[in-house]
Design a protein around this ligand. Structure first.
Ligand SMILES: [Zn+2]
Length: 256
């Protein structure tokens, strides 16, 4: 399969070889999964993945490639939230992902912060944009749906690529959700969020886990749901109708 031709990975000096390997593996497996599991192949020019050893280097690159100011670059990256700002970001027009993934504070080795999983998550966003870009201006997918489907895809890719096991994901999510307990929003509250990365940055790991579990349940009985959903969306069907047709149910975010 011609996989490597789609992913072009650039790493700063100082980024560890194992991190590069993990990111490349996740990226390649993501492309395979679009064709095999989701069954809508990734049709795009090459995806550029840039791995940086520091936040500063990442901002500089963003300024160069997008031609934005330091402040715009920092805003884009969520740096105003401190060192725990956004780890990776995608830019649809240039099909590029900027990532700083070697942040020890995030607990390396856990599936939630696996470089391959994070790259797969961002590649899924690029793919969402490809399919829904015309409709995007008229009616966005709600943030929980964008993030939940990306997170479901990303964990599935990591498992398929043997970066971690299904059991490790369950263990990680139980830990993340348990750790934050009472502070976590209920699923139905998430319907109101329009930007997860900024409004709920600190709890993101646990919140994304809740969405992952939701999508896992949804897709267990309906494995082709994501494929159908994005096919309908690419035809201009509005999200709620597309959701009901694809999953045979409304978005019942309250699972309790
Ligand atoms: Zn995301």
């Amino acid at each position: 399969m011609m996989v490597d031709s789609l992913i072009q990975l650039f790493a700063d000096p100082g980024v560890s070889p194992s991190l590069v390997y993990d990111a490349q593996t996740g990226g390649n497996q993501a492309i395979v999964s679009f064709a095999k599991t989701i069954k809508i192949p990734y049709a795009s020019p090459t995806i550029g993945i840039h791995l940086f050893a520091s936040s500063e280097r990442r901002s500089q690159s963003l300024m160069q490639i997008l031609g934005v100011s330091k402040q715009e670059a920092d805003n884009l990256l969520g740096i105003q939230y401190g060192s725990k700002g956004v780890l990776a970001i995608q830019h649809f027009p240039t099909q590029t992902i900027w990532a700083r993934l070697d942040e020890p504070a995030f607990g390396s080795g856990s599936p939630g912060w696996s470089p391959g999983k994070i790259i797969a998550h961002e590649i899924f966003h690029l793919w969402q944009h490809q399919l829904v870009k015309e409709q995007w201006h008229q009616q966005l997918d709600p943030a929980w749906l964008q993030e939940g489907s990306a997170e479901y895809f990303a964990f599935s890719v990591g498992i398929a690529a043997n970066l971690f096991t299904d059991g490790q994901v369950t263990q990680y999510c139980n830990w993340a959700i348990g750790e934050n307990g009472a502070q976590l929003p209920r699923l139905e509250e998430m319907e109101r969020y329009d930007d997860f990365d900024r409004t709920n940055n600190r709890l993101n790991g646990a919140v994304y886990c809740m969405l992952y579990i939701y999508f896992k349940k949804l897709l267990r009985d309906n494995p082709s749901g994501i494929k159908t959903y994005y096919q309908l969306r690419s035809q201009g069907i509005l999200w709620r109708e597309a959701f009901e047709k694809s999953f045979g149910t409304g978005p019942e975010l309250d699972l309790s």
